[in-house]
Write a protein that binds this ligand. Structure first.
Ligand SMILES: C[S@@+](CC[C@H](N)C(=O)[O-])C[C@H]1O[C@@H](n2cnc3c(N)ncnc32)[C@H](O)[C@@H]1O
Length: 401
C-alpha cells in the first residue's frame, strides 16, 4: 500500500492522448528507454514513411500543454527537448481547444458523437471489426468500455442486430462524457470507472487504509457473462479528478483494466478493438507483439478524424484466449493494473520490470511485420501533421486562422 498517498490531488489529470506511453516510459527502467531508442533506429533505417514522419515531428513546435501533443511527442518521439511555441496565435489556438474540450456545449457533444460515429463507420468499412466473427447461433454479446458518447456502440449494434451490448463508461459526474447514443432494449449502460472495477478484476478485499477504499465498484458483470467483441476505447479525460497515487499511472491503469476485463470475458475466437498511440513506442510494440502471438492483428487509423494525432486502433481478431501466451500476458497485465492500484512504488516498478522483453529478439521476429502493419498509420499522421497549425512557417500560420 502506498502510505503517503493523499486523498485527492488538487489538479486534474493532464488528458494527453499520448499519456499511456508517457506513464510507462516515465516509470519504466533505463533498459526500456534504451529499447525505445533501438526501435526508433531500426525503423529509421528501414521505413521511409517513418523517417519522413520523424522529420515532420522535428518541425513540430507544439505548446507543452497542448491538448493532443503532449510532452512525449517532442521528447520521446523526436528525441530532443521541447521547443517553445513561438507564435502567440498558437497559445490562443490550443487554449480555445482545451476550453472547448473541457466545457462541451450540447452542440459540441453532438459534434463529437457524430465524429465517433464516422470513425466507427470508417473502421467497419475498412476492417469489419464490429461484425462478430463467430457462429450466429452462439450470439455472444458485446462489451464496450469508455463508450461515451457512443459512436462505436452504434456501429457495433448496427453490425450485430441480435447482440446485447454492455457499455461501461465514466460517469459524467466524475468528468466522463455523456452517452448520446439512443436508449435501446439491447443496450445496458453502466456508469463506472473501469479502473476501479476491483471485484471484476479479482480483488475482493480492499485494504481499509487504501486512499480510494470506498471508491471501488462491486461486481458489474454477470458471472459467466462472455463477449464476442470487446471494445477498449477509453482514454483519460482531463476533468476526471483522481487521488494522487493515480497521477502519472492513470492511462496505464485504464488500458490494463480494459484489456484484462476484456480478455477474461472474451470467447475463444473473439475480437478486441483497442485504442493505442504510436505503433513505434516500445510499450505499444510490446502490446502489438504480444497480441500477434495469439491473434490476428491489424491496425486502423481513421482518415476522417484525429489524423494529426498518433492515436490508432489495434483490431485483434480470432483471439485464442486459451493459448498459453494469452494466459501469461493476461496475468502480467493484471499484475500491472494491480500494482498500479495497490502497490508500493517499488512493487509498481517491479511489475514493469517483469514485463520487459528482449528488444532485439522482438525486432528480429516482429520488426518487418510491425513496419508492414504501421505504415498506413504513420502515413496518415505524416500527411495531416504536415498541414497542422503547429508546424512552423506560413502554411501552419494560415491554418490557424
Ligand atoms: C475517446 S472517448 C471514447 C469514444 C467512444 N469510443 C465512442 O465511440 O463514442 C473516451 C471515453 O473514455 C471514457 N473514460 C475515461 N476514463 C474512463 C474510466 N476510468 N472508466 C471508464 N470510462 C472512461 C471517457 O469518459 C470517454 O467517454
Amino acid at each position: 500500500m502506498q502510505s503517503s498517498a493523499p486523498l485527492i490531488a488538487s489538479g486534474n489529470i493532464q488528458a494527453r492522448d499520448e499519456e499511456f506511453s508517457v506513464d510507462l516510459q516515465t516509470i519504466e527502467t533505463e533498459s526500456a528507454a534504451a529499447a525505445h531508442q533501438i526501435v526508433t533506429e531500426y525503423l529509421l533505417e528501414r521505413c521511409n514513411v517513418f523517417k519522413e514522419l520523424s522529420e515532420i515531428r522535428r518541425r513540430v513546435c507544439a505548446s507543452v500543454t497542448d491538448l493532443s501533443f503532449g510532452l512525449q511527442d517532442n521528447v520521446l518521439m523526436c528525441g530532443h527537448p521541447i521547443q517553445g511555441w513561438e507564435n502567440p496565435e498558437g497559445d490562443e489556438y490550443w487554449e480555445k481547444r482545451r476550453h472547448t474540450a473541457d466545457n462541451p456545449s450540447p452542440r459540441t457533444q453532438q459534434i463529437f458523437f457524430e465524429m465517433t460515429k464516422r470513425i466507427g463507420a470508417e473502421m467497419q468499412g475498412s476492417t469489419k471489426a464490429f461484425t462478430l466473427q463467430l457462429p450466429a447461433s452462439t450470439n455472444p454479446g458485446i462489451l464496450d468500455m469508455g463508450s461515451a458518447p457512443g459512436g462505436f456502440l452504434t456501429a457495433a449494434m448496427k453490425a450485430n442486430p441480435r447482440s446485447d451490448v454492455v457499455a461501461l463508461t465514466l460517469p459524467p459526474s466524475s468528468g466522463g462524457y455523456e452517452i448520446l447514443a439512443p436508449e435501446h432494449l439491447r443496450l445496458s449502460v453502466k456508469l463506472v470507472d473501469v479502473t476501479m472495477m476491483a471485484a471484476d478484476l479479482g480483488v475482493l478485499d480492499i485494504p481499509a487504509e487504501h486512499p480510494d477504499a470506498l471508491q471501488f465498484h462491486p461486481k458489474q458483470l454477470k458471472d459467466g457473462q462472455k463477449f464476442g467483441l470487446v471494445i477498449c476505447g477509453g482514454s483519460t479525460v482531463r476533468n476526471h479528478k483522481v487521488a494522487t497515487y493515480r497521477q502519472g499511472r492513470e492511462s496505464c491503469r485504464l488500458i490494463m483494466a480494459q484489456v484484462v476485463l476484456g480478455l477474461e470475458r472474451l470467447v475463444p475466437g473473439g475480437t478486441m478493438i483497442l485504442l493505442l498511440h504510436k505503433p513505434e513506442a516500445w510499450p505499444t510494440v510490446k502490446i502489438l507483439y504480444t497480441f500477434s502471438k495469439f491473434a490476428s492483428v491489424k491496425l486502423f487509423k481513421p482518415k476522417s478524424a484525429h489524423g494529426a494525432r498518433s492515436s490508432f486502433y489495434m483490431v485483434a481478431t480470432n483471439i485464442q484466449i486459451q493459448q498459453e501466451g494469452a494466459m501469461i500476458a493476461l496475468a502480467k497485465w493484471k499484475k500491472i493494473w494491480h500494482e498500479c492500484t495497490f502497490g508500493t512504488e517499488e512493487q509498481y516498478r517491479e511489475a514493469f520490470r517483469e514485463d520487459q522483453l528482449d528488444v532485439h529478439q522482438v525486432l528480429a521476429e516482429f520488426g518487418p511485420e510491425l513496419i508492414r502493419m504501421s505504415k498506413r498509420v504513420w502515413s496518415i499522421q505524416k500527411s495531416n501533421l504536415s498541414k497542422a497549425p503547429f508546424i512552423r512557417g506560413t502554411q501552419g500560420r494560415q491554418a490557424l486562422k
